[in-house]
Design a protein around this ligand. Sequence first.
Ligand SMILES: NC(=O)c1ccc[n+]([C@@H]2O[C@H](COP(=O)([O-])OP(=O)(O)OC[C@H]3O[C@@H](n4cnc5c(N)ncnc54)[C@H](OP(=O)(O)O)[C@@H]3O)[C@@H](O)[C@H]2O)c1
Length: 251
Amino acid sequence: MADNVNSIAGKVVVITGASSGLGEATARHLSALGATVALGARRVDRLQSLAADLTSHGGRTLAIATDVTDRHQVSRLVDTAVQTFGRVDVMINNAGLMPQSLLERLKIDEWDRMVDVNIKGVLYGIAAALPYMTRQKSGHFVNVSSVAGHKVRSGSTIYSATKHAVRVISEGLRQEVKPYGIRTTIISPGAVDTELPDTITDPDVAVAMRKFYDDIAISADAFAHAVAYALGQPEDVDVNEILFRPTRQEY
Ligand SMILES: NC(=O)c1ccc[n+]([C@@H]2O[C@H](COP(=O)([O-])OP(=O)(O)OC[C@H]3O[C@@H](n4cnc5c(N)ncnc54)[C@H](OP(=O)(O)O)[C@@H]3O)[C@@H](O)[C@H]2O)c1
């Protein structure tokens, strides 16, 4: 399989969670490869400065304040991308959080938040883009899972559950969109250097996870390149899942 980055140029790519970390790195990389990027997240100041930076380097972009727990806001993001750029070729459902803790701590608000953002946010992204893609008879969903979508460990039960759900939803979607020529890719990263560990409020877990990330996390560019690899394949090649870790990561 060749890495045909030229086929990325001109694609209209919607990215949720584009204000930092993996989403931001992907927006920068795809924009540099000639894609048009529509950026969604809640921190609109960060989105706007990213958009301004991409535009100053010749990129086509727009930034829209989007809370993925509100399906109307996710629809508005995708609808605006289509109204502005004429189509949506790629929907990257990336927004997520990882406030890990033991179940016995009963951080139920955080459980709710992970379900709302990590699962329902992905569903709302699918709901917003799917009607356009079925009409176009083309498109590509990239849904962000995790190594935690393959394994469960003490302290990461709910996060793991949400990331397993992303993989199940993505596989069901893959089968259902066959008549429309739509592609689906799950990307399951290991530890990548982003703001994700900052979402942990349990002090014990936060300290341990910070040390884990400081020791082994790799650059968010690794994720951006994985996305570009999947998008850059010929239309008849559907890369369904990419699982990657830092070379030093054991589990
Ligand atoms: N970094 C890793 O090691 C790693 C490993 C495996 C999987 N992942 C997954 O990668 C994805 C991106 O995380 P990251 O590592 O890049 O962490 P990050 O730097 O914390 O970025 C998370 C992004 O999600 C957005 N977000 C959070 N809640 C949101 C909401 N309600 N509505 C819209 N956007 C929301 C944030 O934007 P706002 O706060 O501005 O809304 C931010 O842009 C997540 O799904 C995460 O689970 C990361």
